[in-house]
Write a protein that binds this ligand. Structure first.
Ligand SMILES: Nc1nc2c(c(=O)[nH]1)N[C@H]1C(S)=C(S)[C@@H](COP(=O)(O)O)O[C@H]1N2
Ligand SMILES: [Mo]
Length: 308
């Protein structure tokens, strides 16, 4: 296990009391009780004040870690949980290169010593039209980028997953063009909603969820949230992401959640919430996955049916 400094209370709190405490604190914030209590101010993570957390009921740990997409471990939803135990996540380092002031290999322990670990309860919407609510632990990507120092000419960030076919059986077959690659525009990458997750439910990130470090961009389709990241490159050209390279008619670069723009083979207007049971009705999908207030301005003037 790698060493994790800055452990927030949730890393040492069991799941049930973790969530009830969160709910309690969110409720107090809503009732204006937090400001009235001096002692609370310090405990209150400021993302709750900024309103980043959904109040929707989180999926269970079993659902979040038992139903996954991680093609490096197989294409079935239960393959990652079954197969990802073979992945070695310690030692781990992230190569940061391209248009940065301080390129180099950043050890995970060194990174974690310099960033602030938050908790974020985010909606998560896969392009396949299923969704979950996930209580992540992680830090804002902008903190990692600032460690390396972004040069003024940088416009995009490119991410790469580990390529290690000895430990990732899916990589021994040409399912995708390995390694998995994703990308963001720099303003998307610097946005405070964009995190690098290191855990969920206050536990270290399970391998099937992209241990030890994976991107989470909650207003975009799940495939943008690249797992087990080993390389981050600042560039002035839009990176070609794996799913766009695989089928550019079906998957784009921006991939913002958008109920108005159908996938060529299915509607994106509704979604199936995992754990809802066989007869649960589908939920209406919300533009930008419900984060329009925070991120809508990033796309002003763009035609999102063309720039999908
Ligand atoms: N390296 C890598 N990252 C990946 C994937 C993948 O196959 N390989 N699948 C993506 C897709 S399609 C989704 S929906 C999410 C799933 O994340 P989860 O399993 O933690 O819910 O991971 C994304 N990141
Ligand atoms: Mo997905």
């Amino acid at each position: 296990m790698h060493f994790k400094p800055n452990l927030p209370y949730s890393h040492v709190t069991p799941e049930t009391s973790y969530l009830s405490r969160r709910t309690l604190m969110a409720g107090m914030a809503g009732a204006g009780l937090v400001a009235a209590s001096g002692a609370r101010a310090q405990e209150m993570p400021d993302f709750e004040i900024r309103g980043f957390d959904t109040t929707e009921k989180p999926n269970t740990f079993e659902e979040i870690t038992g139903y996954n997409n991680f093609y490096e471990f197989g294409t079935g939803k239960e393959d990652p949980a079954r197969n990802a135990h073979t992945l070695t996540t310690d030692p781990w380092s992230v190569e940061i290169d391209g248009l940065v002031e301080r390129p180099g290999s950043y050890g995970l322990g060194d990174i974690l010593a310099k960033v602030d670990i938050d908790e974020r309860i985010y909606r998560f919407r896969c392009v396949e039209a299923w969704s979950m609510v996930i209580p992540w632990n992680g830090f804002e990507l902008n903190q990692l980028l600032n460690l390396a120092g972004v040069q003024p000419s940088a416009k995009y960030v490119r991410f790469e997953t580990l390529y290690r076919p000895e430990e990732m059986p899916g990589q021994r077959r040409p399912i995708l063009d390995w390694p998995y690659v994703e990308g963001l525009r720099l303003d998307e990458a610097m946005h405070p909603l964009t995190i690098m997750a290191t855990g969920l439910y206050g536990k270290m990130l399970p391998n099937q969820n992209g241990a030890p470090l994976r991107l989470v961009v909650p207003w975009k389709y799940g495939f943008k949230s690249i797992k087990s990241v080993v390389k981050v490159t600042l560039t002035d050209k839009q990176p070609l992401n794996t799913w766009k390279a695989t089928n550019h008619r079906e998957y784009g670069f921006y991939s913002n959640v958008n109920p108005e723009v159908s996938h060529p083979r299915w509607s994106q207007a509704t979604e199936r919430r995992i754990g809802g049971g066989l007869f649960a009705s589908r939920l209406a999908t919300v533009k930008f996955n419900g984060y329009e207030e925070q991120v809508g301005h990033l796309y002003r003037g763009m035609d999102l049916s063309k720039d999908y």
